[in-house]
Design a protein around this ligand. Structure first.
Ligand code: GYE
Length: 355
């Protein structure tokens, strides 16, 4: 080989290597100056939106878990409450050949086709938060989230016990539901319906969706207050709806609180993520909150690390959740033989609670 060809060869190799580096960097979307060799576990996360404080905390938990320092490269996509956006995101993750797909699905149904595509591509899918309702459960590897039916049952039982202790024999309830078709809505709605069915002293006046947002919660409550002048309890399927509901009630000059016998409208809700919600319990603006734990990032990380080690993770993992109330009218609720204690919110508790 002549000297000319050797020089041309070296020159060509340089171009090829430089090109490879660029492709790798783009695939991993790293901004770091250094081009990392095949190091990170690439996770594509399709979050459903940013509708609530719970959601923000959930997103934050994922982002602070799947960091370069922890050995991950996270590709985050916000579905903006649209299933079609989430399906598009999953298809993009498949094209990008990510190592794992994490999906927080907006509703339960309609995932079979796209999850089959991920399975065919050999990419494990981990579902977080809400469930997917698919024909073939092997379409996802694992699920991490809350027992929404239990949350609803706990809230329903709390209401019934509260009414019994306070000797209230006629309570009118309205339900501000979450996003229709979402597991959190399905489980929480079921809990209330069953509790009302079991208690002849309650009337479920109506159910209407507030889409888990403060704005919609306020809007629907304004129209309910025009339609019904005898609402005693508002069951909000998350705290953000409760914030909107409280605004709407107070704007009419009515009082929010647990003294139903004196005309208060009692608000109860779910999540307990933000300090504002806990402050509202202290003031008896929200009388009871069934906690919903958004800190799922570390649990998903454990699942991925198990898979990396060739182990088989549990198919379903439930997060721990408590219950908070303004006072000790109800000290615990029993569901299926299990006793769930209720924590009375005090200023001291709020001072030490991490948010
Ligand atoms: O309770 C609500 C959010 O699916 C558990 O969705 C989640 C629910 C949560 O918007 O605030």
């Amino acid at each position: 080989m002549t000297k000319k060809w050797i020089i041309a060869g070296i020159f060509l190799s340089c171009i090829v290597f430089a090109g490879c580096g660029k492709i790798f960097k783009e695939k991993n979307q790293t901004n770091s100056e250094e081009i990392m060799p095949d190091k990170y576990i690439v996770v594509g996360f399709s979050q459903l939106g940013a509708e609530s404080d719970w959601r923000s905390a959930n997103t934050e938990s994922m982002k602070s878990t799947f960091t370069n320092e922890n050995g991950f490269e996270l590709i985050f996509e916000d579905g903006q409450q649209k299933q079609s956006n989430q399906i598009m995101a999953i298809r993009t993750f498949i094209q990008q050949e990510v190592d794992y797909i994490v999906l927080a699905p907006v509703i339960e149904t309609g995932w079979d086709t796209v999850l089959q595509e991920a399975k065919d591509a050999g990419i494990p899918v981990i579902i977080v938060d809400r469930m997917v309702d698919v024909e073939d459960e092997s379409l996802y590897t694992a699920w991490v989230g809350s027992d929404f039916a239990l949350e609803g049952a706990r809230a329903g039982e709390w209401i019934n016990q509260f009414l019994q202790v306070k000797k209230i024999d006629n309570a009118n309830i309205v339900n501000i539901q979450g996003t229709l078709g979402a597991s959190a809505q399905i489980g929480r709605t079921k809990g209330l319906r069953e509790a009302c069915k079991a208690n002849a002293n309650t009337t479920l006046l109506t159910e209407v969706t507030g889409d888990f947002t403060q704005t919609k919660g306020k809007e629907v409550m304004e129209s309910l207050l025009k339609k019904y002048d005898d609402i005693n309890i508002v069951y909000c399927e998350n705290d953000n709806e409760a914030f909107g509901v409280i605004e709407a009630i107070e704007a009419t000059g009515k009082k929010v609180g647990s003294d139903i016998a004196r005309g208060d409208i009692m608000v109860i809700s779910f999540d307990g993520v933000k300090k504002e919600a806990m402050d509202y319990i202290l003031k008896d603006k929200i009388t009871c909150i069934v906690e919903c734990n958004p800190l799922q990032g570390p649990l998903v990380q454990d699942i991925i690390l198990q898979l990396e080690a060739g182990e088989i993770p549990d198919k379903f993992s439930y997060v721990d959740e408590g219950m908070y109330a303004h006072d000790d009218t109800v000290s615990s609720v029993v569901i299926d033989g299990v006793d769930y204690p209720i924590t009375v919110v005090t200023q001291e508790l709020l001072d030490v609670r991490a948010y």
